[in-house]
Design a protein around this ligand. Sequence first.
Ligand code: FPP
Length: 255
Amino acid sequence: MTMASEAPAGTAVADKGDVPRHVAIIMDGNGRWAQARGLPRTEGHRKGMEAVRRIIRHASRRGIGQLTLYSFSSENWRRPAEEVGFLMGLLRFFIRRDLAELHAENVRVRVIGEREGLPSDIAALLDEAEVLTRANTGLTLAIAFNYGGRQEIVGAVRALAEKVARGEIGPDDIDAEAIDAELHTAAMPEPDLVIRTSGEKRLSNFLLWQAAYSELVFSPVLWPDFDEASFDGAIEEYNARERRYGGVGARQGVR
Ligand code: FPP
């Protein structure tokens, strides 16, 4: 992967308009992409990996602060063993092949999701990626792997219940901030924009807590075909939206 070849490492290049601070993507449609070509589903994932590289490079160049990619959900274990094994292999391949370059490009890698239950070499690779890139200041790339929003919330609630049981905090200390701090995403900004590709219009257990006020953009493009122009189109749609956070919009004025 060649990232930001014309720009210095981790530097945003000339930008057309605002960019959201945090973009999260549900990368959907790999299987349909392959099926439409009479190929095995795994070929769709392989091609999807190319789109991953393309979009990381582009997001970095556009000066996005954080890009979160839903790469393997807690529910994806239900897929045939061969496909699960292939997706694990792709992650291994991605870290082994691209980590040095991501690091050189000042990308900070974070991983959200359950480490427990992953093959031990993968858990070690994910740790290595986080440790190596810890001090980088460019794009934060959050890989959601073995991630499920409900499971994450359950984990946070349990951690807080244990603190209450140990007498460290009282029930009244449990507020949104306390829950935030127990999530995998603690200290990360909430996503401003969540994109889902392939025309499906669901969150599918992705960032359920964090996406409370996110703008949602649904692209009809299948993930392997998702390119720089598709990404820019989603950003444009985001920029045309008015975010109200439950209040009254500026365009309506305050009465
Ligand atoms: C959804 O398409 C995609 C996934 C479950 C996996 C996403 C993985 C990649 C894009 C490559 C791996 C990325 C990393 C960072 C290791 P689908 O298979 O559900 O498609 P379908 O709905 O058309 O069947």
